[in-house]
Ligand binder design. Structure first.
Ligand code: C5P
Length: 471
């Protein structure tokens, strides 16, 4: 049986393991042991091992859901390989089964162990590995998928593909496959701009190979800037989904013709030119809702405070800083059929915004009187004219969740509240998992722990159903 210590795992997997262990009432070490035992026994539980989407308490329900979409992910050797772990997770969240191949260079950046733990099965690494050739074989690997995704696609892999080489497992599979190939190139800007790479990419495009990115920005190497950064995992997922069979089904079109307005992220309230009041919102949930609504065909306006998460594809993004800016942007975006207020708006701002940096003085600590910010949700929900048909708020609470959320629903005049526990123990703030209670005027629903992307998808489906009769 392979051995593994918890220390060797990266933070994302550790977080998954902790959650899984807590759910199963085991220590993290025991959870790892159980996973490895299952893996050694070829048990299907391994497939659920570090996967974010397999919840023990609804496993049977999950089992009946066929995972029909399959991606073969070829991980090339570049610093961007670390993003492939998140990419696998994001694909699996969307019910896409991922089988991975790692080039020898990729294994210098991330380990087959982490890839295997997240993908649910060990990656393939060798062309002439007796075991895997016997089990699957590179020809079957090449065919037994709906999409071959290369991420990161290095300059070398791209050149090999363009030249039809087949001297290792990755290139042999790429030559043998008759499936759609999607590349996510990642390399140094000078390598990307090199005529040889441009020639190879043009050849591959002419051969029908699709690509996403690279993006322009800061490179991992210090001081390097330009085009060459691998596209973000969510951008790659969106490109992959568009190429996978059944993409039309995945994009249900349930919100075609609707305008969905979403607020996301924190607001920053300046105290002086260098200081501000803010909160810990990451924007992950709001952005996921905007992305899910866009995927369902809605026209989406996303009004976002300052966040680090990538811009969701296919939405109109309005960046704001303060609560007052956010309210103005929201009002300017109306009318909308639905408004989802996922932003964590700062409740207060300082009464005055000092034009100069406030200095430390011998006179002691400065007094900073606060004034209340406008409540954007309540303002929109109480509108007489032009109120969206469905106004949805969030309630982040650290105690007596449902009770407080019910009061908030009444007070703010919205139709639904999604209440979530943001106590430090929950790991919700900034994390990927959310535990939601949906509170409407007449009922409370407890949703199981889900990723923020899953919450977004479920919410979008619910919105579509709620809007239907009014069409
Ligand atoms: O009052 P509280 O901040 O808990 O309310 C949370 C809900 O209200 C969220 O949906 C949030 O986006 C919204 N809100 C707002 N404007 C504010 C404060 C909160 O839209 N100033």
């Amino acid at each position: 049986m392979p051995s593994l210590t918890v220390r060797q795992l990266d933070d994302k997997i550790k977080q998954r393991l902790r959650l899984r262990a807590a759910r199963n009432g085991r220590s993290v070490e025991d959870e790892v042991r159980t996973i490895l035992r299952s893996a050694a026994a070829g048990d299907e539980a391994f497939a659920a091992a570090a996967a974010p989407d397999e919840r023990v308490h609804r496993k049977s329900e999950r089992k009946s859901e066929p995972t029909t979409r399959r991606v073969l992910l070829i991980i090339g050797g570049g610093i961007a390989a670390y993003k492939s772990l998140d990419l696998i997770r994001r694909l699996r969240e969307r019910r896409v089964a991922v089988r991975a191949i790692m080039t020898p260079a990729a294994q210098r950046f991330i380990t087959p162990l982490s890839v295997g733990a997240i993908a649910g099965e060990p990656p393939f690494t060798e062309l002439f590995d007796l075991q895997s050739e016997f089990d699957v074989g590179h020809i079957r690997l090449a065919r037994d998928t709906e999409l071959v995704l290369v991420a990161p696609a290095t300059a070398d892999l791209i050149a090999k593909m363009a030249g039809g080489h087949a001297d290792d497992l990755a290139s042999a599979v790429l030559l043998a496959t008759d499936r759609q190939i999607l590349l996510a190139p990642a390399m140094n800007p000078r390598m990307w701009a090199n005529k040889a790479t441009l020639r190879n990419m043009a050849q591959l495009a002419a051969d029908g190979v699709a690509s996403v990115g690279p993006n322009t920005g800061e490179m991992a190497e210090q001081g390097e800037f330009g085009a060459g950064r691998m596209a973000e995992p969510l951008e790659i997922v969106a490109a992959a989904e568009a190429l996978l069979p059944g993409a039309e089904v995945a994009r249900s079109g349930a919100l075609v013709g609707r305008h969905v307005l979403v607020t996301s992220g924190p607001t920053h309230e300046p105290i002086d030119p260098v200081r501000y009041i803010a909160n810990r919102s990451s924007g992950k949930q709001g952005h996921a809702i905007a992305a899910a609504a866009a995927a369902a065909g809605a026209a989406v306006t996303l009004v976002s405070g300052p966040v680090q998460v990538p811009d969701p594809p296919g939405v109109r993004l309005v960046r704001v800083e303060t609560a007052r800016d956010m309210l103005a942007a929201v009002e300017a975006a109306l009318p909308a059929d639905v408004a989802v207020f996922a932003a964590a708006v700062a409740d207060w701002r300082t009464a005055t915004n000092s034009r100069e940096k406030i200095k430390k003085t011998a006179r002691g600590t400065p007094e900073l009187p606060l004034v209340e910010n406008p409540d954007i949700l309540a303002t929109v929900a109480h509108r007489k004219a032009g109120r969206p048909a469905l106004v949805i708020g969030f309630a982040a609470e650290t105690e007596r969740l449902v009770e407080h959320a019910k009061q908030k629903l009444a007070l703010k005049g919205c139709d639904w509240i999604l209440a979530n526990d943001v106590s430090p123990e929950s790991g919700v703030m900034g994390g990927d998992i959310n535990m939601i209670h949906l509170i409407t005027r007449d009922r409370v629903e407890d949703w199981p722990p889900q990723t923020k992307d899953e919450v977004a998808n479920v919410l979008v489906q619910r919105i579509a159903t709620a809007l239907e009769p009014r069409r």
